[in-house]
Write a protein that binds this ligand. Sequence first.
Ligand SMILES: Nc1ncnc2c1ncn2[C@@H]1O[C@H](COP(=O)(O)OP(=O)(O)OP(=O)(O)O)[C@@H](O)[C@H]1O
Length: 247
Amino acid sequence: MTAALQFRDLTLGYDRHPAVHHLNGAVEKGALMAVVGPNGAGKSTLCKAVAGVLKPLAGRIERGDVAATDIAYLPQAAEIDRTFPINVFDMVAMGAWRRAGLFGRIGKQDRARIETAIQSVGLAGFESRPIGSLSGGQMQRTLFARLLLQEARIILLDEPFTAIDAKTASDLFDVVRRWHAEERTVVAVLHDLELVRTGFPQTLLLAREPVAWGPTSEVLTPENLLRARRMCEAFDEGAEACAHQAA
Ligand SMILES: Nc1ncnc2c1ncn2[C@@H]1O[C@H](COP(=O)(O)OP(=O)(O)OP(=O)(O)O)[C@@H](O)[C@H]1O
């Protein structure tokens, strides 16, 4: 197996309070992997660390030949400022920054790629709409178009299908399938276990530490899900040091 991401005794947290600890393991290149777990399990924290937004408290993440800045990351919808005065076209064009540079000119070729991405998420005709006027589903389509532009080898999606209708979710899941067919590595935080069972071959079940990780059918057992819930409920929010090391 070739690893796209390798976690080595990884501990993540805020203000020295660990939120995720003792994560060891690898995400295979080209994997389509779900990260599931109860609220507060550390799923978003893990995404932020992989994207390079949050530095580990201990341990490390190895990204092979991919720089953290080359990882496409879709944060939770709540973290995105919709009041920013920008239209759909320019929002999607931001996905080309890595190639064009922050103040680089968008050339003819990039313009065509942006148009194609907007079309492929079903938003043709919305190019000049301010993002603040979009519905939640249209906004998510816009963000997926921006991810398409990035052409990243590793794509992180934090709750990409939450609070959007079934048609939008299904259209956007088609984009995810396309990335998988192109052998990109996709890691998605999800709460819809049915979608995970049918669409994601690999799953990491997280409850501050890994409960199970592997083929989805072996991970999402009633016993593992119950264990994850109990582990999250029992976790001491104010713990100073890693509980395992302190024990
Ligand atoms: N910026 C922050 N500062 C301090 N603590 C934080 C911060 N962000 C998250 N946490 C804490 O880290 C823990 C893990 O949170 P995280 O958001 O990673 O969980 P999650 O599994 O993504 O939850 P959910 O399913 O509710 O989105 C929680 O106890 C949370 O309160």
